[in-house]
Design a protein. Structure first.
Length: 304
């Protein structure tokens, strides 16, 4: 609903599938239940063979208010059409004096919903930047963990023709979006969704993921003690601390996932977003500026 052609390439959805909380077989198990809303169609009719998920029925109810608008309305601070200030949180020791005047003026600008097409706004204008901030805020809010890899957002931004503008927003608005590389990859976090490294409102799927990770770690601890999960002696040789074995890579990955899922330590270090050179933007309707998207199987044939 945020893209102007109301389509998303299936490879892009696959890349974001875990953060969106979709099952592996969503094309078979989920889409058939909503034939009036979605269909799988060519991304570029008459062009390459890349498929896309297309929205065929617009829901005014879902697009009426963004998450930022709903939050402000619930506090009695906002009515549609009013300027809307973005929630800000900063790391300890952040020097606000140099930017505070500019931000106060920027916060007073009109709020343009991410569900409105703001591509006509000048890319380097303050109003255009505030629209892009709203788009990114809404995207991250829609994700289950309220965070995702920076590359995922840049891939999406490339499709939408907003890649370089996404990069600018990451660098210019650390009070809204936090970029962390604590787990050896850049993660963009929606600041207001977290308090002391924990989600303010935890999605039910996150609770299930925490329980799964806890169970996996408990199993490894019991193996170190030579026990099986039922408390009996494990016939396999117990793991020896400090000795490399075949499960070492798996343990590292699980530990990394645990740290990422819980969010521990995300806000302890300074933002370290890459200072990549800005790339030429191409509007997503023409496809210019996009890298080649490779088709990935999703378990569903092309719709007629």
């Amino acid at each position: 609903m945020i893209t102007s052609d109301k389509k998303l390439p299936l490879p892009l959805i696959e890349q974001l599938r875990f953060d969106l909380g979709l099952p592996e077989d969503y094309a078979r198990s989920l889409l058939p239940d909503f034939p009036d809303y979605f269909q799988v169609s060519p991304l570029h009719p008459g062009g390459d063979q890349t498929l896309a998920l297309e929205l065929v029925c617009w829901s005014k109810e879902l697009a009426e208010e963004s998450a930022m608008e709903k939050s402000a309305m619930a506090k009695g601070e906002y009515n549609q059409g009013m300027p809307l200030a973005c929630p800000l949180q900063f790391s300890k020791g952040f020097d606000m004096e140099k930017k505070v005047k500019k931000w106060v003026k920027w916060q007073q600008l009109p709020y343009i919903s991410p569900y409105e097409d703001g591509m006509h706004l000048a890319p380097k204008s303050d109003l255009g930047e505030k629209w892009v901030v709203g788009v990114l805020h809404e995207i991250l809010h829609l994700l289950v963990p309220k965070k995702t890899e920076r590359d995922n957002l840049l891939f999406l931004g490339e499709y939408m023709g907003l890649r370089s503008r996404f990069k600018r927003v990451f660098a210019d608005h650390p009070g809204i979006f936090y970029v962390s590389n604590k787990i050896r990859k850049h993660i963009v976090v929606l600041r207001e969704a977290y308090k002391r490294d924990l989600l303010v409102k935890k999605h039910p799927l996150m609770g299930i993921r925490y329980q799964y990770i806890h169970l996996m770690n408990k199993g490894k601890e019991m193996r170190v003690d030579g026990l099986s999960l039922d408390g009996n002696s494990d016939k396999r040789a117990p793991l020896k601390v400090g000795v490399e074995d075949n499960d070492s890579d798996e343990e590292d990955e699980s530990g990394e996932e645990d740290e990422e899922e819980e969010g521990y330590g995300f806000f302890d270090s300074e933002d370290e977003a890459d200072s990549d050179d800005e790339e030429e933007e191409g509007h997503f309707e023409s496809g210019r500026g996009m890298r080649q998207i490779k088709q990935q199987p999703v378990g569903m044939n092309r719709a007629n």
